[in-house]
Design a protein around this ligand. Structure first.
Ligand code: 13P
Length: 240
């Protein structure tokens, strides 16, 4: 994608976050990799006032913290930059203060394997970090550690971060993480939810390599899972 398209997609996803109830006011921030730079939302701009020209640009390998743009980058630029620098599997990040994820983070409760969709985050838990003040290197270090082998993390008394190879994939995870947090909260409020064991989650993580959100181009070339094609053969045989 060209820089212009990436800037437009950042603005569009910011608006989506608000529309889906995952962010409010000026909370949260988004970034996307563009070659050896990072495009990131500016600090403290309400999403309904954001335009593509306001997106800041930061070098991934140049002077730490250098930026260009009409407005300063998000106060959380360290988190975004530090993750993009070391995680070559990541092309985009979303940080939100969504309600249920943040509520669990206030209790320092990691999300457990109460639903198989946790596999979309790479393992049997979505960790919760300790608290560190917003915009600090300390918070960035906690986030990076919490994201080891994972595509999402809760930040203590703050919110959540999700990763994606693309911004659309990160957006998919933002919705899924908040949904998991809500389901975990609801189930825990009326009983003790069953926890799927680590082996089962490891199996589902494997299946997620060919399942789950994929960009339209990859979706077109994807082969149907084995079980489904077997079903189709049977149905055909019966119909004939
Ligand atoms: P920015 O407006 O600086 O991106 O900060 C919002 C936020 O969520 C801080 O954690």
């Amino acid at each position: 994608m060209k820089e212009k398209d990436l800037r437009e997609s950042l603005v569009a996803r910011c608006r989506d976050l608000e529309k889906f109830g995952l962010n409010q006011g000026t909370a949260g921030n988004l970034s996307i990799r563009l070659d050896d730079t990072m495009l990131i939302t500016p600090s403290a701009v309400p999403y309904d006032q954001l335009v593509p020209e306001m997106i800041a640009s930061m070098p991934l390998n140049g002077e730490y913290g250098a930026w260009t743009g009409p407005l300063p980058p998000s106060s959380e630029w360290r988190i975004h930059l530090d993750i993009l620098k070391v995680r070559s599997d990541v092309g985009a990040l979303i940080h939100t203060h969504s309600l249920y994820a943040t509520t669990l983070s206030m209790l320092r409760k990691p999300i457990l394997a109460v639903h198989y969709m946790i596999a979309a985050f790479g393992g049997p838990t979505i960790r919760c970090t300790d608290y560190a003040p917003f915009g600090t290197k300390e918070l960035s270090d906690l986030a990076l550690a919490g994201l080891e082998d994972r595509m999402g993390v809760l930040l203590g008394s703050h919110g959540m971060i999700v990763l994606g190879t693309t911004l659309d994939e990160a957006m998919w995870r933002a919705v899924e993480l908040e949904t998991l947090a809500k389901m975990f909260y609801l189930a825990s409020s009326i009983g003790t939810p069953a926890i799927l064991d680590d082996e089962e989650i490891a199996r589902i993580v494997e299946r997620f390599k060919t399942y789950g959100y994929k960009p339209p181009k990859e979706r077109a070339g994807r082969k149907p899972p084995k079980e489904k094609s077997a079903l189709r053969v049977k149905t055909k045989a019966r119909a004939g």
